[in-house]
Design a protein. Structure first.
Lengths: 405, 405
């Protein structure tokens, strides 16, 4: 089944709202094994919506339209679908019941505007909306299934889950192909190096293997299309093994796992504890590590201040630089009684990372103190995220070596 | 100028990534007064991308393509544009310099793959990419301007701001109709109350006024369409004045201002300093306040630990609850020598916020200690954001009263 989805909404086309409905529906279709080739967004404009529907009808078996089912003048999806297919609109009694029920349940009289929401082309199947006034619609016309869904995300998602998924499952029958994905997450290696190492594996058609570069990370997405979930799993497993043989030592996690979470897990598994003294990272490292249960459990103490105040607190005087970071890493470890101490300093010792410059990250583990000086440029808060990301990669690498030896 | 934008990315069409680039570009085009009629997304598929480009060429004067400029096999935007327009691809020396410069600045040898990023149809103007390896491209062909932009959001947004906006401004000339928006941000009031207070103002057609509810905040967007930016500004100003008359005391900021930033600004303006002791918020408050220059300047000290450790550190023994939070707020203020001390405790005193429950936030200002107990439920990291949000609203309210009196 080839699908195309169309969203209508002036707030979407003007960028005033982020289209989270699109992502939700796309994920749902992918999981069902429905191919999606085009996603189109137009404003609340009948002419352009008609154009998009006509276009989609020429290349898809399933056309889903999201938004434009409200009671106001600028809600034009019902009208546009009827026009595109050359069908009339008439009041659908079932749809009217749904709209009326919404008002009755709130003890409000239904405004006359809302009668518009009960209009539908003849032959359509009304989709119930338990959380709003706009009924959805499914309509078979020619060989194409058209589905209209309301725009408010709560209503949209409820209707996708309760109505669209069961409907499509019935249409697809038992032997549908599914699309499954797994993301392998790498750090400490660049995208081109990953590319070079994987070579022809990247040209594989099914499963596909697609790298995406993030700051200090590369994500490799394996996507398999197969006759069922088990088969897809086996196919993904095969590619994953080959990738792990080539790049295993850079893979820190999979799918939704994040570096702060994985670092916390390794700490907890090894029974190791951590403390952090942060100047220019302002508590961001502490916050990220303690955002997960294992990281929180392993986290003893976090301190946020500028270097001058840190020096006064710990009783040392040292200008910003490698030495200051190393002393700080050791001092925070001793104060917390933790296994590992981390210090992040930069920007001459201040808290705000300003435009960047020289940053020093130091780790103190037992008697060993390691530090890394780097130069990073960028904007305040974004730069801070990158400083912390580099620090997490450093901690992960250190822990890998430790547990690997 | 009529525009159409096309995004390519299998991660986008499968719903694995949310298309924030689309929203950014849409906002930018709206602000410039460029009409956008269609936004289309396709996977990393050359055939379908060509189809989308051909289609856009039939109905727009400006076609912007985002994504697909990386060095790998599945990056096909350069090739698709050349194919759609019937043009060859050749190495562009300027583009090559940009890609090479990226590697040189990092002291890495450029992998051969990246040479692909220097390919362009003849006659194209290369758009510099100061933050990545993929040069962008602007190409006039027939009466249409085509622009290619890289997909990674940091690179995309940098190039939109620094290259696309100035280029389009030059093309548009001085007299265009523009759409301008301003968002008024409120806290300490619910959406229905805002709705009730504004009444018929919400039905205004131009400017429009649209409320959106966030956790502990309501955002009011005023959007005006006018013959020029000055006229739009006057129209927005008129509505803003009426909203401020009705709801002024709840408005903490406008547009991109955030509550942590505004709190930092008020602190800096008043010459006030802050210190924070955080258990279940894990450093999130310190991180947010110090993410802005004024907040950093006003921030003296942050401490992250569980309540037991806090007690040992400050030399008090107190079970989790109102008293513990109040002692902690006072202790951190004294230790830091700051004007204000904040303590956040919850979840029985642990660092990880788990599923929620009872949370206490205390503020110590001079001799006055205030605390607020609340019950919040939710998931770990999301719950933490909400705890910190409530805390920021509390600090903002306190500072308002202080500076207001």
């Amino acid at each position: 089944m080839k699908s195309e989805i169309i969203f209508t909404g002036t707030e979407l086309i003007l960028g005033q709202a982020l289209n989270t409905n699109a992502q939700y529906l796309q994920q749902t279709l992918a999981a069902l094994g429905v191919d999606l080739y085009f996603q189109v967004t137009v404003g609340d404009n009948r002419k352009r919506l008609v154009e998009a529907i006509v276009q989609a009808s020429a290349r898809a078996d399933l056309v889903i339209i999201g938004g434009g089912l409200g009671p106001t003048e600028d809600d034009v999806s019902r009208e546009a679908l009827a026009e595109a297919l050359g069908l009339p609109l008439e009041e659908n009694p079932e749809a009217r019941l749904i709209t009326e029920r919404f008002f009755r349940s709130r003890g409000i009289e239904m405004p006359r505007n809302n009668l518009k929401q009960a209009l539908a082309p003849p032959g359509g199947i009304v989709l119930d909306n338990p959380v709003g006034t706009a009924p959805g619609l499914a309509l078979d016309h020619g060989s194409i299934l058209y589905i209209l869904l309301p725009g408010p995300p709560g209503e949209f998602k409820t209707m996708v889950d309760r109505q669209v998924v069961p409907l499509l499952r019935r249409r697809l029958g038992p032997d549908v192909s599914v699309i499954k994905s797994r993301v392998l997450k790498l750090c400490g290696i660049g995208e081109s190096k990953v590319d070079e190492t994987l070579g022809t594996l990247l040209r594989s058609k099914n499963p596909t293997l697609a790298p995406t570069a993030k700051f200090s990370e590369v994500h490799l997405r394996i996507t398999a299309k197969a006759s069922g979930p088990d088969r897809a799993e086996v196919m993904i497993g095969g590619v994953e093994r080959r990738v792990r043989e080539l790049l295993g030592r850079y893979i820190y996690g999979t799918d939704d796992e994040t570096l702060p979470e994985v670092v916390g897990n390794i700490l907890a598994t090894g029974g190791l504890t951590l403390a952090a003294a942060e100047t220019c990272s302002g508590g961001c490292l502490s916050h990220l590590i303690t955002s997960f249960p294992n990281g929180s459990r392993s986290f003893k103490l976090g301190l946020v201040a500028d270097l001058h105040r840190m020096g006064k607190f710990f009783g040392f005087e040292q200008d910003f630089g490698k030495d200051a970071a190393e002393i700080l890493a050791q001092k925070i470890r001793e104060l917390a009684g933790s296994d590992i101490g981390i210090a992040i300093t930069g920007n001459g010792g201040g808290i705000y990372p300003a435009g960047g410059g020289s940053i020093t990250i130091a780790t103190s583990i037992g008697d060993v103190i390691l530090s890394r000086e780097l130069t990073l440029w960028g904007e305040g808060s974004e730069l801070r995220q990158r400083v912390v990301q580099v620090c997490l990669v450093l901690i992960w690498n250190t822990l890998q070596k430790r547990t690997g030896s």
